[in-house]
Ligand binder design. Structure first.
Ligand SMILES: [Zn+2]
Ligand SMILES: [Zn+2]
Length: 240
């Protein structure tokens, strides 16, 4: 049975279209037997700008303890990719104050284009040392050359997210994620499984992602959020 103990992609009220607090998310994480979670609210590009400015992210380490009610709380962000050159919507000055940076394509920020442009995005992201995790890349609207790009992610030590909540609602996500996971297995690319929870009750819900990974006999050792120790040493900027 594959397992994951840290939810690596979670939203709070600060994402504006999410509905729980850090404390509520922590409470559910504890109830479900997790050992950690990463707070990854949306960077300003997705409409949170004026309500939750850059200082929201810059102050997280100071304001939120490392461990809350026995749950290790990592301070992260889900940035949006803003152009086909792979730029993101948060300055490095702020990224430097965070443990983990996810970069995702969101339709409201970047219009889906052709396979060629999407490859160009991921090529740039692979080479960007500030980005740790590739967010929900199984979205069919941003189709890309899976094998070519997964090999690049391996080369630049990127971690690929298998986003459990994508499966029911992002077009062809199940098929794409399976294909991507098979390539991660083939090339030894590390993955995280995440809930992408926008409400506390969904924290730790990795069911769909783990089920698919089990179907393809995915190795547990490539899941970086399998335990706290492995996870904490997998990212260069995590606060010690
Ligand atoms: Zn997203
Ligand atoms: Zn998200």
């Amino acid at each position: 049975m594959l397992q994951a103990k840290i939810d690596t992609h979670t939203h709070t009220l600060a994402s504006v279209h999410a509905y729980s607090t850090v404390m509520e998310n922590v409470k559910v994480a504890k109830e479900k037997g997790l050992t950690g979670l990463v707070v990854t609210d949306h960077a300003p590009g997705l409409g949170t700008g004026e309500t939750f400015p850059t200082s929201y992210f810059g102050n997280m380490r100071k304001a939120i303890p490392k461990v809350v009610n026995g749950i290790r709380v990592f301070k992260g962000i889900e940035t949006s990719i803003t152009d086909y050159n792979g730029n993101i919507d948060m300055p490095t000055y702020t990224l430097n104050k965070l443990d983990i940076v996810i970069a995702s394509c969101h339709e409201k920020v970047l219009k889906p284009a052709t396979n060629k442009e999407h490859d160009q995005i991921w090529e740039a992201v692979a080479k960007n040392p500030w980005i740790d995790i590739i967010g929900h890349c199984g979205n069919d609207n941003y189709a890309f050359s899976h094998e070519k790009i997964i090999k690049l992610f391996k080369q630049y030590h990127k971690i690929v997210e298998i986003n459990s909540s994508s499966f029911p609602y992002r077009k062809n996500a199940r098929k794409n994620c399976r294909d991507i996971a098979l390539l991660c297995k083939k090339y030894g690319v590390r993955v995280t499984v995440s809930s992408d929870a926008h409400f506390a009750s969904n924290i730790g819900n990795f069911t769909e992602a783990l089920k698919m990974l089990e179907e393809i006999d995915f190795p547990q050792e490539l899941i970086v959020n399998r335990d706290l120790e492995t996870f904490s040493s997998a990212f260069p900027r995590i606060e010690k």
